[in-house]
Ligand binder design. Structure first.
Ligand code: BES
Ligand code: MN
Ligand code: ZN
Length: 495
């Protein structure tokens, strides 16, 4: 993806740009920037003529305005100043971005960060502007799209009319890096499972490692059987496609510093196995590696930002298929931790691969904290919809930090409880535990299962079944929750 050249300049020269972007509130509530450029009268007139009332996310591109030393003026509606919400602001910036994309603008002076929503500051707005603008360059252009003509964005340079200081620079850099990370996440999750196999995920990690200097280690089926990953290998035994454990290490901190471990569910296609899923929308189960794709996207962002911290990514990757070799309901397997599992439903496969990855991550890397990311339960979509990810964990401070990172980036999550009552739902007469806990509280019992493998470490689980993918007309991967995790990691650096 082509990178936008972002700049900061509190006193820019308008003739250096071919497009000026101004935010406009309703009822002539203008901001100081508009006054500085001498177009307040024009904005008033447009309001009186009912041509542009500054409604949230309304845009108007004007050409060759007489009093302006710049061929394009883009007005972006922000609605009522008193009522500007974060969501309203983001929709306005998205509309701005779309309008710029459909114009010939190449060098833009953007002042929309001056209209910050309540409770936010300019750093936040700069972050969101750079993220949304860079994100508008994303285009799923895999060869399998055939005739699809890839986007060729002409926007080159965006200057924010703000002071050039470290805080502002970091906000812009983080917004841009998050967008670049999201693009990788989206590419991987959008890609059909006949292309995006565990081997493809592994190759992508190796390539990323070569570019960015990450150490990448791959485990193969024979090794993992030998090591005793009976749970992960039980899911993988139904497919002829080789499973992989993909480990990526980023070392930005001191060698002895315990890393953050990110563990991402990498089911490249989830048929349900012998507990076969119904046919409707089954195609969408190609995004059941959304957790894995998120981990890769975060590492892509780390490659850009190079924070002083250590992070490891651990990705168990396999297909979940029905076959003559597939696991069957009632089969009992022994996990890497030694605990045995009765597999009552082969469609609850995510937790089966994650439990071994969680044990492996702890044994191999002694992380200071672990966050797993998984498209784990349909129940999470029923509980929370598509707007927030579910978060559950055994350490409230860690959960709070994730909630906070979600708020800051507007890539939000919402906490669900854990507790002994739900844990009891996993009782099995034939093994240490069953892999399902009934329909009630499905997201919680799934996390409760994982909690049995993370007792010795600070751990949180993100259920992204609802947030990693959009259905409907804009069907496709969302790139979430890369922004939230990048923010979380950046916050950990300063600890
Ligand atoms: N990958 C699915 C969860 C899922 C469903 C993600 C819909 C995204 C959209 C997971 O492997 C699964 O099948 N979970 C089951 C668990 C059940 C059998 C306890 C589910 O949610 O139905
Ligand atoms: Mn499943
Ligand atoms: Zn699944």
């Amino acid at each position: 993806m082509k990178k936008i050249q972002f700049q900061l300049n509190a006193k820019p020269t308008l003739t250096d740009f071919n497009t000026l972007v101004l935010p406009v509130f309703t009822h002539g509530q203008s901001i100081s920037a508009a006054a500085d450029f001498g177009v307040n009268g024009l904005i008033d007139a447009l309001d009186k003529q009912d041509d542009f009332k500054g409604k949230t996310a309304q845009t108007l591109m004007l050409h060759h305005v007489a009093q302006l030393d710049c061929p394009r003026l883009l007005l972006v509606g922000m609605g009522d100043q008193e009522k500007l919400t974060e969501k309203g602001y983001l929709s306005a910036i998205q509309a701005m971005s779309k309008t710029l994309e459909n114009s010939g603008a190449t060098q833009v002076l953007d002042t929309c960060h001056l209209a910050t929503p309540k409770g936010q500051n300019q750093s936040w707005s700069l972050y969101q502007n750079s993220l949304i603008l860079q994100r508008s360059f994303y285009d799923y252009s895999h060869e399998s799209r055939g005739e699809h003509k890839a986007k060729n964005p002409h926007l080159n340079q965006v200057c924010f009319m703000a002071e050039d200081n470290t805080a502002h620079q970091q906000s812009i850099a983080q917004g841009q890096a998050s967008a670049i990370g999201m693009a990788l996440t989206q590419d991987l999750a959008n890609m059909p499972s006949n292309f995006c196999t565990p081997t493809y995920l592994a190759d992508t990690a190796v390539k990323l490692g070569q570019q960015a200097g990450f150490k990448v280690t791959l485990l193969e089926r024979a090794q993992m059987i030998e090591m005793g990953m009976g749970s992960f290998m039980a899911v993988a035994q139904g497919t002829d496609t080789p499973p992989k454990m993909i480990c990526i290490e980023y070392q930005g901190g001191a060698a002895e510093q315990a890393p953050i471990a990110l563990v991402g569910k990498g089911v490249t296609f989830d048929t349900g196995g012998i507990s076969l899923k119904p046919g409707a929308s089954m195609d969408e189960m190609k995004y059941d590696m959304g957790g894995a794709a998120t981990v890769m996207g975060v590492f892509q962002a780390l490659a850009e930002l190079k924070p002083a911290i250590n992070v490891v990514g651990v990705i168990p990757a396999t297909e979940n298929m029905p076959s003559g070799n597939a696991i069957k309901p009632g089969d009992v397997v022994r996990s890497l931790s030694g605990q045995t599992i009765e597999i009552l439903n082969t469609d609850a496969e995510g937790r089966l691969i994650l439990c071994d990855a969680l044990t492996y991550a702890q044994q191999t890397y002694q992380p200071g904290l672990v966050v797993d990311i998984a498209t784990l339960t349909g129940a999470c979509i029923i509980a929370l919809g598509h707007h927030v990810s579910g978060v559950l964990g055994n350490d409230q401070d860690l959960v709070n930090q994730l909630l906070e990172a979600g708020k800051t980036t507007y890539d939000r999550c919402w906490q669900l409880p854990l507790g002994e009552e739900w844990d009891e739902q996993l009782k099995s007469n034939f093994a240490d535990m069953a892999n399902i806990g009934g329909r009630e509280g499905g997201t919680i019992t799934a996390a409760q299962f994982l909690a049995r493998f993370t007792k010795q470490v600070k751990w949180a689980h993100l259920d992204i079944a609802g947030t990693a993918w959009q259905s409907g007309a804009n069907k496709g991967a969302s790139g979430r929750p890369v922004p939230m995790l990048v923010e979380f990691i950046m916050q950990q650096v300063n600890k």
